[in-house]
Design a protein around this ligand. Structure first.
Ligand SMILES: *Cc1c(COP(=O)(O)O)cnc(C)c1O
Length: 459
């Protein structure tokens, strides 16, 4: 068993598995009720500290959460906006890269730098991104003394704004790499690097993908903040979550395990609907990825689903290994008796491109609210899976600012949304990135050339 610091630095376990906490900390109803109306940085301390144990004092953690969320463009950090009588949007996009990944990543960067500094070490972060993780990581770690960041993204499959957020920072410790392949190829490269133990040690690899446990912990925060703002624990709230790698919705599941009364957790997908299909059929089966207007959800495998499997089968590691082995070899596995668990824990719905366009236009006409295509998948899924039942309030997680996907929005509404003022230099700044083939050896060579971590002896 590892401590929080070690898990923070490791990302993926040596056997290829994912870390989860040994036990789920529980917040008592009184403690949950006391979170209502608190500053977000304080809510985060209450939610995250139980996972941290002795690694950090509450005061140290509070200093970091304050600093991390001070970079957000809204005093509430993750404000709620009402869009229908029983439905709210939880805006998670007020951070520096206009997407929800900033919430966890800004904190993660501070935690990592602190742990590395204390140990006198450097690390190399490698990450795969379908668009948003990369920019959030680069933005969080740019200029970090102890960390180099190398982000692999699928060439031509991220939006201009997403690419520019990765390729325009000038700090020498950040490196964006285009891969001739899909997001899943990028993710396989990163997994391959972690599984190459000699390489991993030589370069002090660390991960910040949604497989990093600390990121999940950092995402549990806004479930508590939103639910308590709407009356939890006295009132149960349902959440609809635009889902790709299953990290964000797994954080919702974690919040529930920690005692937050969540009525329904709705997995929202676009046409890349592996999870809704799994929930309906009990078979988890890979298919070709289709490019959509919500590219951060264009995936065929949801890495964090493995964490849920582990939890729902009673932490039977052998069973999870067998299922993951079948997935690698045959591209599918059956949930068997676990299908009923999944249907109890989650609902799911997939939005077509037409559904997305229709929902964006309709909400703008009805309420004057402009949402991005990822958020639109969430609204469609909430409508389908939860309906308009007034007894339970619904929260749709808004994972990106509409200006992050201006072409998609312009095609639907006829108008390009403007970037917030603070990002006005982005579209003209000089870009810097490399391009490589979808090949593990090429990726490893690239990392070894750019990182500073190999200059040092073992820690
Ligand atoms: C990453 C991302 C998602 C998917 O989140 P997961 O944690 O991978 O399920 C959804 N929307 C946006 C905008 C994202 O950046």
């Amino acid at each position: 068993m590892l401590g929080f610091d070690d898990v923070l630095l490791a990302g993926l376990a040596r056997d290829g598995g994912l870390y989860v906490p040994r036990t789920w900390p529980k917040l008592a109803p009184d403690a949950i009720a006391a979170l209502a109306g608190q500053p977000f940085a304080d809510v985060a301390v209450e939610v995250i500290h139980p996972f941290v144990g002795d690694a950090l004092s509450r005061d140290e953690l509070r200093r970091m959460t304050k600093e991390a969320y001070a970079r957000f463009g809204h005093a509430a950090v993750t404000p709620l906006v009402q869009i229908a009588p029983n439905r709210f949007v939880l805006e998670l996009f007020h951070g520096p890269t206009l997407a929800f990944k900033d919430v966890a990543m800004q904190l993660l960067a501070r935690l990592m730098d602190r742990v590395l500094g204390r140990r006198g070490r450097r690390a190399t972060i490698v990450g795969a991104t379908s668009g948003d993780t990369g920019g959030a990581a680069i933005e969080a770690f740019r200029g970090s003394e102890h960390v180099d960041v190398v982000i692999f993204f699928p060439e031509g499959r991220v939006s201009d704004v997403q690419r520019r957020m990765m390729t325009t920072p000038t700090e020498a410790n950040v490196h964006a790499v285009a891969v001739r392949g899909t997001f899943d190829d990028c993710q396989a490269l990163v997994k391959g690097m972690f599984n190459d133990h000699a390489f991993r040690d030589r370069t002090s690899l660390a991960g910040v993908n949604s497989i990093n446990w600390a990121r999940i912990a950092g995402q549990v925060t806004y479930y508590f903040a939103a639910a308590t703002a709407l009356g939890a624990p006295h009132r149960a709230v349902s959440f609809a979550v635009p889902t790709g790698n299953f990290g964000d919705i797994f954080a919702g599941y974690a919040a529930k395990r920690m005692g937050l009364p969540i009525e329904r957790l709705v997995i929202a997908s676009n046409v890349n609907d592996i999870l809704p299909r799994t929930l309906a059929s009990g078979t988890y089966e890979m298919r070709e990825v289709v490019a959509t207007t919500s590219p951060s959800m264009d995936i065929q495998i949801s890495s964090n689903f493995e964490r849920y499997l582990f939890e729902t089968c009673g932490r039977d590691a052998a069973l999870v290994r067998a299922k993951m082995g079948a997935l690698r070899q045959e591209g599918r596995f059956d949930l068997g008796g676990l299908k009923a668990n999944m249907q109890k824990d989650f609902a799911a719905a997939a939005a077509s491109e037409k559904d997305v366009a229709e929902a964006i236009g309709r909400l703008r006409d009805e309420s004057g609210y402009l949402m991005d295509p990822h958020t639109a998948c969430g609204v469609v899924a909430a409508e389908r899976a939860l309906g308009a039942d007034p007894r339970t309030l619904q929260v749709v997680l808004s994972t990106a600012h509409p200006a992050k996907f201006p072409d998609a929005i312009a095609a639907i509404t006829g108008k390009r949304p403007a970037l917030p003022e603070r990002l006005s230099g982005l579209l003209t700044a000089h870009e810097r990135f490399s391009t490589i083939d979808n090949d593990l050896a090429a990726a490893e060579r690239h990392v070894e050339i750019v990182t500073r971590a190999t200059c040092e002896g073992p820690a």
